[in-house]
Design a protein around this ligand. Structure first.
Ligand SMILES: Nc1ncnc2c1ncn2[C@@H]1O[C@H](COP(=O)(O)OP(=O)(O)O)[C@@H](O)[C@H]1O
Ligand SMILES: [Mg+2]
Length: 279
């Protein structure tokens, strides 16, 4: 699945003020590519995902998926979030099957597909466990299986490993790399973590501080399977971190510099900069 952003602008209304989340984003993701997006918090990374998922719409510009404008959500574009939103009263198997059930896939067929997806994420021993019996890493595995079972054309991952401890995170990175090699899905993976991004991606996109725009692209040509300690990756990480640091400092400066106005009840309300209109 090919994704194209053409001159995309996106604003949100926050307490009567327009906040520009994305500004003039131009981007092409090729079929089968693994893209990582990094950037300071609030720069519009989740908004990028929302636009592809069809949960948000641009103010101007176009988001195309396979040459068609995105008009809403579709099982072809599935999001995996930081917190696996599993149904607590269902087992792993039932959670993974759920989307297929809604889609009307017959019982036997959906069970087979769910078991296959659960195998891919190495959770076979826990098919009958409930979410509260699983560790955070296992819950994320279940969430990934639940996404994969729908056989989406693009997998949208919004900081899926951010809440995990370092060891679990590394393990899941290695496994996601293996899953991607087996399935060759198009993946858009958002992360704060430069190591994670360089380890996983064909291409790392750096988004600038708000309003977010694609600041730089780093092709990662290291062959897979990759090793975390690969010297080429370490060199790239140093380069990307240098550039990212500038953006993060920009955000920090902006936050320290925030202007305040006093509201009618005497509380201080931060005033957004670079925004038109508002009170
Ligand atoms: N639904 C929304 N309503 C109002 N403001 C939003 C909404 N979603 C995002 N924003 C604002 O848009 C900007 C970008 O948000 P987001 O895409 O979540 O950034 P990131 O994922 O990079 O941290 C932020 O300033 C955020 O507060
Ligand atoms: Mg986000």
């Amino acid at each position: 699945m090919r994704v194209v952003f053409r001159r995309v602008h996106k604003t949100f209304l926050q307490k009567g003020q327009r906040v520009q989340a994305l500004s003039d984003v131009n981007l092409t993701i090729e079929e089968g590519e693994f893209i990582c997006v990094i950037g300071p918090s609030g720069c519009g990374k989740s908004t990028l995902i929302g636009l592809i998922a069809g949960l948000e719409f641009p103010d101007s510009g176009e988001v195309y998926v396979d040459s068609r404008t995105v008009e809403g959500p579709s099982p072809d574009r599935i999001v995996v979030f930081q917190e696996a939103a599993l149904f607590p009263w269902l087992t792993v198997l039932e959670n993974v099957e759920f989307g297929l059930k809604i889609a009307g896939v017959p019982h036997k067929h959906r069970r087979e597909r769910a078991i296959e997806a659960i195998k891919l994420v190495h959770l076979s021993k826990f098919v009958n466990a409930h979410p509260h019996e699983l560790s955070g890493g296992m819950r994320q595995r279940a969430a990934i299986a639940r996404a994969l079972v729908m056989d989406p054309k693009i997998l949208l991952m919004d900081e899926p490993f951010a809440a995990l401890d370092a060891q679990t995170r590394t393990m899941l990175q290695v496994e996601l790399q293996e899953i991607w090699q087996k399935t060759r899905k198009t993946v858009l993976f958002v992360t704060h973590n430069v190591r994670e991004a360089t380890f996983l991606a064909d291409r790392v996109l750096e988004v600038s501080a708000r309003p977010g725009t694609i600041k730089r692209e780093y092709p990662i040509q290291v062959p897979r399977p990759r090793r975390e300690q690969d010297p080429h990756l370490l060199t790239l990480q140093t380069r990307i971190m240098g550039s990212l640091k500038d953006e993060i400092e920009k955000v920090a400066r902006e936050q320290l510099d925030t202007d305040y106005r006093v509201s009618h009840d005497g509380t201080l309300v931060p005033v957004e900069r670079n925004v038109g209109g508002g009170i």
